[in-house]
Write a protein that binds this ligand. Structure first.
Ligand code: ZN
Ligand code: ZN
Length: 364
């Protein structure tokens, strides 16, 4: 067994705190709490100083918090007020002056608690202190995302065997979610999107009661979760008929763009260069305006995290990030095609984590 990765994470956070001139940080993002301590429950407060990790939660999580986090954090269980307990315990962690809080993960109401009643700390808003560490995945994290991606591919293959005209989008979503659960997905990281016919032109459609007809596009965008880590996959298929020439050519364009991007994406290239791998091709064929979202996003403990593969991102993609590659072309009133796979940006080049089965499937 290798070293517990949480130690290295805390050390990296300690260096980040030093660089920011902070003595500690209050961590309230659930994903960040899980990353640092391993605690997977829904309610806890974590204070990280350069030397200590403190986790305060309530009695519901007594056993779970000790089992998951006690190897790296001091776990305190509170049955009345976790906030008051946090402040009390914080006072025992040496002389702290400047303490950060996660401005993106704290409600205004909770932020008011930080200063109520003349507390001794100087609070400073931080953004993405821990998120920046989470971008580069270690081997265990990549393996978890790969497990989730493989599971998602198997769930889809099993589901497509039962898809036929006459089922509603919601019924197909139910089949898919059942298969994901049976294969071991811990949860659905986001609401499963099953869209059919002209509704596939809505990039973030919600699954509806619409009945799928023969010859329809069927777009399925869904996730799986293993050990807290998410996969995010999209496939677009034709149901109940062979594809028309028009469908075939639209699909071929998106597939070519997706393959080009997933083969060409590299750590070190700017997020916008990665985006251009697919966008330039789609634009050159006259469909630039129909690809209205960015190429992809990071995945990990959350289904949308850094880095962004987008026109607006001039920063280099970090080595070790895991990202989605998901070009799409959407034609209002007709329908759309999106193909999404998950790729690890290893130092040696892109490593496909999902099954990459992007060829056109006709369920006739
Ligand atoms: Zn997706
Ligand atoms: Zn996605």
């Amino acid at each position: 067994m290798g070293a517990d990765p949480r130690h290295a994470r805390h050390e990296a956070l300690a260096r980040a705190l030093e660089a920011e001139g902070l003595d500690g940080v209050l961590v309230t993002s659930r994903a960040n709490i899980r990353y640092l301590t391993g605690f997977s429950g829904s309610a806890a407060l974590v204070a990280a100083t350069r030397a200590d990790l403190l986790l305060v939660t309530d009695f519901r999580y007594d056993e779970q918090a000790r089992a998951e986090a006690a190897a790296v954090a001091r776990v305190e269980i509170e049955s009345t007020s976790v906030w008051e307990r946090l402040f009390k315990e914080l006072a025992t962690l040496g002389s702290l002056v400047a303490v950060g809080y996660e401005a993106h993960a704290l409600t205004v109401k909770d932020a008011e608690r930080l200063t109520e009643g003349g507390k001794p700390w100087r609070w400073k808003p931080t953004t993405e202190l821990v998120e920046r560490l989470r971008v580069r995945k270690d081997a265990g994290e990549v393996a978890a995302i790969k497990s989730a991606a493989v599971l998602a591919g198997e769930a889809l293959a099993g589901t497509l065997r039962h898809v036929r005209p006459g089922l509603t989008e919601l019924e197909i979503a139910g089949l898919l979610e059942g298969a994901l659960r049976r294969l071991g997905s811990e949860g659905h990281p986001f609401p499963t999107i099953v869209a059919s016919g002209p509704r596939t032109a809505l990039p973030h459609a919600r699954s509806s009661r619409r009945t799928v007809a023969a010859g329809d596009w069927l777009l399925l965008d869904f996730g799986a979760q293993v050990d807290g880590y998410c996969a995010d996959i999209t496939r677009t298929v034709v149901v109940g008929a062979r594809a028309t020439e028009r469908q075939r050519s639209l699909y071929a364009l998106v597939e070519e763009a997706q393959r080009r991007a997933r083969a060409g994406v590299r750590a070190g290239m700017a997020g916008r260069e990665a985006d251009a791998l697919a966008r330039d091709l789609i634009a050159a064929r006259g469909f630039g305006d129909a690809f209205g979202h960015s190429l992809g996003h990071g995945i990990g403990l959350e289904v949308h995290e850094a880095p962004r593969l987008a026109k607006t991102n001039a920063d280099p993609l970090p080595v070790g990030a895991v990202v989605t590659i998901e070009p799409g072309v959407y034609l209002a009133g007709q329908g759309g095609v999106r193909i999404e796979d998950d790729v690890h940006l290893a130092a040696a080049g892109p490593e496909l984590l999902s099954d990459g089965r992007s060829e056109l499937v006709e369920l006739d």
